[in-house]
Design a protein around this ligand. Structure first.
Ligand code: NAI
Ligand code: MG
Length: 356
């Protein structure tokens, strides 16, 4: 199969971890006889240095023309003083918006080999968990009207939480189909006891449920969901929620895995197009030392193969090799525990590419 992948290494550890992911993609192409056209483009701080802006036209056009985008991370202290309009994060927000990436998928899974790294109580982590949060990414309060105004001699500020039926329906479609591919359990997290927008989410979800008879649906208030993720994460399979609730809950969900460097993410547009990146940032404190953990990025390529390129067998192969890597007692610096063997960033990429 012939596919085009736009690669945005970005800043800090971005280029190091992306290099490992590209090795793995090339190994997949060789083994399964695909032809991946992989090309790198300037993005983030690196693009500010070279082109004076974080999202050059050429980069945006290449992403729009590709079947999928693979990204490292952007930002760092070097660009703290650049004008607000051209900051690296501005480039990331603009890219998400321009590519129409409305569905953010964040798996949260406790690797059985890394239980000791989780901050969860031992009896809870012992049970394990494996769920995914489907977060709406381009609507809700972050994109509503924001205003600060004077009234009755006081300053007020307001932010408006608004969703249309169409926006809710398209993210719920992603959530239902995601649940179908997993363990067929979907939990809608909302605040339907208070918010009209949440009531609309629930109503639409209830009507859509009959189109997915194989999926079990349940509903949970967001405050309870925050407790349940920490107290009994094993109950979840697929969680779907609006933008701000998803922002907060997905950080809780990544924390309980104990290792930010292991976790991939996907941001999907209409159809099968998506942008894939590890959940962590550019980690300037460890950049250039060849000690970053590339596994979150490598697992992001597995999500890309599965969701955007229709290559699920190849995706499962990568996940299996990551498990095998951990089973063998190899660890990245950030997940190292006594008795395990530390491998560098590039050695981890070599191992996984070779095992494929
Ligand atoms: P960060 O995620 O870059 O780092 C937090 C801590 O985790 C650091 O101690 C770092 O060394 C460690 N860490 C992160 N990824 C790691 C990996 N793969 N292997 C081993 N250790 C790892 O978050 P921080 O420090 O708050 O942000 C640094 C820069 O990254 C900032 O400029 C921030 O704006 C940007 N950022 C970019 C994101 C993106 O591109 N999507 C997301 C989050 C932050
Ligand atoms: Mg966040």
């Amino acid at each position: 199969m012939e596919k085009t992948i736009a690669v945005l290494p970005g800043d800090g550890i971005g280029p190091e971890i992306i290099q490992q992911a590209v090795k793995v993609l090339q190994a997949v192409a060789d083994k399964y006889q695909h032809s991946f056209h992989i090309q790198e483009y300037a993005f983030g701080g690196a693009a500010i240095d070279r082109h004076g802006q974080p999202l050059p036209d050429e980069t945006l056009a290449a992403c729009q023309a590709a079947d999928a985008v693979l990204m490292g991370a952007v930002g760092g202290p070097k660009w703290d003083d650049v004008p607000k309009e051209i900051r690296p994060e501005k480039g990331l927000l603009a890219l998400r918006k321009r590519l129409g990436l409305y569905a953010n998928l964040r798996p949260s899974r406790l690797f059985s080999q890394l239980k000791a790294a989780s901050p969860l109580r031992a009896d809870i982590s012992e049970q394990g968990f494996d769920f995914v949060i489907v977060r709406e990414l381009t609507g809700g309060i972050y994109f509503g009207n924001h205003q600060t105004f004077e009234e009755d001699g006081q300053t007020y500020a307001e932010d408006n939480l608004r969703y249309s039926e169409a926006e809710i329906r398209r993210i719920l479609t992603v959530a239902f189909t995601t649940a179908q591919k997993r363990n067929k359990k979907l939990c809608l997290v909302d605040k339907a006891n208070v918010l009209d927008s949440s009531k609309l989410w629930r109503k639409i979800c209830q009507t859509m449920a009959s189109d997915y008879p194989d999926v079990d649906v349940n509903y949970m208030y967001v405050d309870n969901a925050a407790m349940q993720i920490v107290g009994n994460p094993g109950q979840f399979d697929t969680i779907v929620t609006e933008n701000m609730f998803g922002d907060i809950l997905s950080d809780v969900a990544s924390m309980i895995t104990g290792s930010i460097g292991m976790i991939p993410s996907a941001s999907m547009a209409e159809g099968s197009f998506g942008l894939y990146e590890p959940i962590h940032g550019s980690a300037p404190d460890i950049a250039g030392q060849n000690i970053a953990n590339p596994i979150g990025t490598i697992l992001s390529t597995a999500m890309m193969l599965d969701y955007s390129l229709g290559l699920s067998k190849e995706a499962r192969a990568i996940e299996k090799v990551v498990d095998q890597f951990l089973d063998q007692g190899y660890r990245s610096a950030d997940t190292l525990t006594p008795g395990m063997q530390e491998l560098s960033c590039s050695a981890i990429g070599d191992y996984i590419a070779q095992a494929i």
